[in-house]
Ligand binder design. Structure first.
Ligand SMILES: C[S@@+](CC[C@H](N)C(=O)[O-])C[C@H]1O[C@@H](n2cnc3c(N)ncnc32)[C@H](O)[C@@H]1O
Length: 336
């Protein structure tokens, strides 16, 4: 028995000749029932409101950590140094991915005309370079002190002042006023801090333009290595990030992320590993995703969203009937 990668259905692999037709029938109905139940679980009608603004994805204990460090965002040698140097990878990655969707772009301002939402923008370390590339960026963060730092820093650059807007809020607070608004949503090093990952990703999906809106996520995989290096080494031994910054249980594997995204109508295009060298202070790309990784997903059309449960049931019943028609023994069983 295999649990499919997108976690939408259980699949039974039956070795030919091992089971007779009757058993094959039984397994098909079994598979159909599982698939049906799974799809009912994952399917959401597009017109159903997905997230109540009375709920929140903000974890108050996480907020305390970020409040205490809010004045340190722009210290390149300080606690947020790794996020500064992560820009060497993430900014070109976002730029080049988005450029594939723009036929003619202005030299110097290649992302001009694009609307980007930077969720959990912190002090604006990623928001600013995206603004410099010409995009109109809204940076949101639930921590007031972070937004104050970000506002203050961008005010030194009059060009950025016009292109970037910062707001103190969570994503779920703006989802109703900005449905299908953004060409891209960026949540960099944020999902490992939220309380309800599924709700957070649903909101990301809702504010993306349809079809074609791009979601960029950078985060930490949930592996033994990420526990050893991300928490024990980085926080407790080397002090690269303050103790208590991360909770291993909140880390997420690319597979889980992909499954949640796909059940929300996003199709994952790319997942690439990123490795940080604490001695050089630089990041590099890697095929290895056991620690940090970036994921890019694109919002599909409504028709491509998860199929309705009724449709799945109808299709699988038809398959079953087709098997019955071509096989007299199975046909007889069905008649009983
Ligand atoms: C590690 S920092 C990353 C900051 C920024 N994205 C960057 O990479 O430079 C995580 C940020 O997420 C914010 N955050 C935490 N929980 C959040 C939530 N539920 N929704 C949005 N932002 C959140 C924190 O306040 C913090 O600024």
């Amino acid at each position: 028995m295999v649990y499919a990668k997108n976690q939408l259905s259980w699949t039974l692999q039956i070795k030919p000749g091992v089971f007779n037709e009757y058993r094959t029938m039984w397994f098909k109905s079994y598979r159909m029932t599982f698939s049906y139940l799974n799809r009912i679980k994952n399917f959401r009608y597009p017109w159903v409101k997905l997230f109540s603004t009375s709920q929140t994805t903000v974890d108050s204990s996480e907020v305390k950590t970020f409040v205490a460090l809010a004045h340190k965002w722009w210290d390149e040698q300080g606690i947020y140094g790794p996020l500064h140097s992560m820009n060497d990878l993430r900014v070109p990655f976002i730029r080049d991915t988005l450029l594939k969707t723009i036929p003619n772009h202005q030299p110097g301002k290649p992302l001009s005309g694009m609307k980007i939402l930077d969720v959990g923008c912190g002090g604006g370390l990623l928001t600013e370079p995206l603004g410099r590339l010409g995009a109109s960026v809204i940076g949101i963060d639930p921590v007031d002190e972070n937004i104050k730092t970000a506002q203050c820093h961008k005010s030194f650059d009059p060009v950025l002042d016009k292109r970037i807007e910062y707001r103190v809020c969570s994503l779920e607070e703006i989802v109703e006023e900005t449905p299908e608004t953004f060409d891209a949503v960026v949540a960099s090093e944020v999902v490992e801090h939220v309380t309800d990952l599924e709700a957070f990703l649903q909101c990301c999906c809702q504010v993306l333009k349809e079809p074609g809106g791009s979601l960029f996520i950078t985060t930490i995989n949930k592996t033994q290595l990420s526990y050893a290096l991300g928490i024990v080494f980085s926080e407790l031994i080397a002090g690269i990030v303050p103790k208590g910054t991360h909770t291993w249980e909140k880390f997420v594997s690319p597979e889980t992320l992909e499954s949640i995204l796909e059940s929300n109508g996003l199709s994952v295009q790319t997942v690439i590993g990123m490795l940080y060298n604490p001695f050089s202070g630089y990041w590099h790309w890697s095929e290895n995703t056991t620690l940090n990784y970036v994921a890019h997903a694109v919002k599909s059309r409504v028709q491509e969203h998860p199929m309705s449960a009724e449709f799945v049931l109808k299709r699988e019943t038809e398959e079953l009937q087709a098997t019955a028609c071509t096989n007299p023994a199975v046909h007889e069983e069905l008649k009983k």
